[in-house]
Design a protein around this ligand. Structure first.
Ligand SMILES: CC(=O)N[C@H]1[C@@H](OP(=O)(O)O)O[C@H](CO)[C@@H](O)[C@@H]1O
Ligand SMILES: [Mg+2]
Length: 554
């Protein structure tokens, strides 16, 4: 049997550092879909402990680099949060989400014991090295939280690498680039410059010889997208003329305020700061606070706002990739598929299903990502604008080695190989997705108007219902049907049947203490009516206080 050097936890050092990052007794933290997320000022102890956890995860995985991103994405500026990134640039393995929650909630007195116990049960070899790369967005609480994280790393003797103020997708990129360095699967140079170079080079190749791309307005949500897109414009030069708006990263309260991808998606309207700026038909897009979500939109000739959300991006991109695979002579060798959630607009599902396989999975990027891995090329987008395209390892190899038989095949193949480089395959990336959209528009010679007319969205409405206990709501069939409370699902279906094109579903949110109701129908008024009827049903069924029943619920 191979002997194993046993190293003990440096308990004295950890205790010393931990004393500087005490946990407030009344607080409870939970590692959910979006990692830990709450008010930034209460997260100090969590970041310290996450530092230790990230180091242990690295040791558990033989010293592979783990990522840590400090952000609260599209949430208000006073919020903050933290997410861990696994070695292939993916989200943290589910079992460790529970370990993270346990460690974060241990009292100050128990903390060392809980840690010791964890090291034992998770069978972590402490003699292994530990490496962690970390970044943060522009939030004012970020700097202090980075310090707490560094103390966690120092307490356990981990090697930390500071990626500075950067986007979530860049941290994912760095993790994958670091862990594949020097291997056959090398993902790219492990630096921010490497990221810009890889992507911009692919973009230039993909649009070379195409008509000049018209100007694009980019709303940076007053967040980290601003400095990052600005740097990217230097690499892109003339190939993509960009105007940046909402770049006030130092203005208190500006982050995500009346701007950004989430604002656009939930309000279905233009950020006020863009009023008067946009010519009819001109494309604009919004990032969210950590630049992993993207929404496109334009104002039509009549002055109406038109939104091109994650579903429209998926439709545009998937059809393009299917075409390229066919043109490259790989139609029956490379299976392209799309993954959506129940929130995908019914019209998008119809459009896509007529062209390629479409799968529906529960909400949350990790479900989409895993399902997309089942295809040779898997396109996934949430309606809210988070998504990417995954090329399986064998497909990447096939694309690299396939011998084209005609010049047309060769061109299509070259485009596919450049897409592999352009797309950030670790996670949704607003910047990479934006360049991808621009490539497809350039190739198809589509304006935003033509893109939008691929299909017409069904009017839809999302309603939050505050209930005493959202945990009584349980779903099946990728969250499209309720199994509990018993008897509610048939009532929802009965209501939906009364409306032309009616569809509605109910699920508990994974990130907020609410139950969400979604509905769509052919007419706007009917989508609204259906949503408010179902919301009323849910509210009453869950025992909501009749004196506080929202007026709009029917
Ligand atoms: C309807 C909706 O937009 N839900 C969002 C939201 O999840 P909920 O579980 O619905 O709260 O936050 C998730 C994490 O950011 C995101 O993946 C998801 O799309
Ligand atoms: Mg985000």
């Amino acid at each position: 049997m191979a002997s194993r050097k046993v190293v003990a936890l440096p308990v004295d050092t950890i205790a010393e550092y931990a004393a500087r990052h005490p946990k407030a007794p009344h607080l409870h933290f939970s590692y959910g879909t979006a990692g830990f997320r709450t008010l930034g000022v209460v997260l100090d102890s969590v970041l310290f402990r996450v530092g230790i956890l990230a180091a242990l995860r690295s040791k558990r995985l033989d010293g592979k680099t783990i990522g840590v991103m400090i952000t609260a994405s599209h949430n208000p500026e006073e919020d903050n949060g933290v997410k861990l990134v696994d070695p292939r640039g993916e989200m943290l393995e589910a079992a460790w989400e529970n370990h993270a929650t346990t460690l974060a909630n241990a009292s100050n007195e128990e903390f060392l014991d809980v840690l010791r116990q964890f090291v034992q049960t998770a069978r972590i070899d402490l003699s292994k090295p530990s490496r962690v790369v970390y970044g943060r967005d522009t939030r004012p609480t970020g700097e202090g939280l980075v310090q707490a994280l560094r103390d966690g790393l120092a307490a356990i003797g981990a090697e930390g690498r500071d990626a500075g103020i950067t986007t979530t997708p860049i941290v994912h990129y760095l993790v994958k680039a670091i862990n594949t360095k020097g291997t056959k699967q090398e993902y790219g140079e492990d630096s921010e410059e490497g990221y810009f170079e890889k992507m911009s080079e692919a973009f230039r190749k993909l649009v070379s010889g195409r008509a000049r791309i018209p100007q694009l307005i980019v709303d940076c949500a007053n967040g980290v997208g601003a400095p990052i897109v600005k740097k990217m414009t230097e690499y892109l030069g003339e190939t993509l003329p960009i105007v940046l708006v909402n770049t006030a990263i130092d203005t208190p309260g500006a982050l995500n305020h009346n701007c950004g991808a989430d604002f656009v998606k939930t309000r279905q309207t233009l950020p006020p700061s863009l009023h008067g700026m946009m010519k009819p038909g001109q494309r604009a897009c919004s990032f969210d606070g950590d630049a992993d979500r993207l929404m496109y939109y334009f104002i039509d000739e009549r002055g109406y706002f038109a939104m091109l959300d994650g579903d429209k991006i998926a439709a545009l991109v998937a059809a393009f990739i299917v075409d390229l695979a066919r043109l490259a002579g790989l139609a029956d060798k490379v299976k392209v598929g799309v993954v959506q959630t129940a929130y995908a607009n019914g019209a998008s599902t119809k459009y896509l299903s007529e062209r390629l396989p479409v799968r529906c999975v529960p909400t949350g990027v990790k479900h989409l990502h895993h399902a997309a891995e089942q295809f040779d090329i898997g396109v996934y987008f949430e309606a809210n604008g988070h998504g990417t395209v995954l090329f399986s390892p064998s497909t990447i190899e096939r694309l690299e080695t396939h011998e084209p038989s005609t010049p047309a095949q060769s061109t299509a193949l070259k485009h596919l190989n450049n897409l592999v480089q352009l797309i950030n395959q670790t996670v949704g990336d607003a910047l990479s997705d934006m360049l991808l959209v621009e490539v497809v528009l350039a190739h198809k010679a589509y304006s935003a108007i033509e893109w939008n007319s691929l299909y017409s969205d069904l009017p839809n409405r999302l309603v939050k219902v505050y209930v005493p206990n959202r945990n009584v709501f349980k779903t099946e069939d990728a969250e499209r049907r309720l199994v509990s409370p018993a008897g509610l699902q048939p009532k929802i279906e009965e209501l939906a049947r009364r409306y032309d094109g009616g569809r509605s579903f109910v699920r508990p949110s994974g990130t907020e203490d609410v139950v969400r109701v979604y509905s769509e129908a052919v007419l706007r008024s009917q989508a609204d009516e259906l949503a408010f009827r179902v919301a009323g049903l849910v509210y009453d069924e869950a025992g909501g206080d009749l004196n506080r029943r929202p007026k709009e619920f029917l």
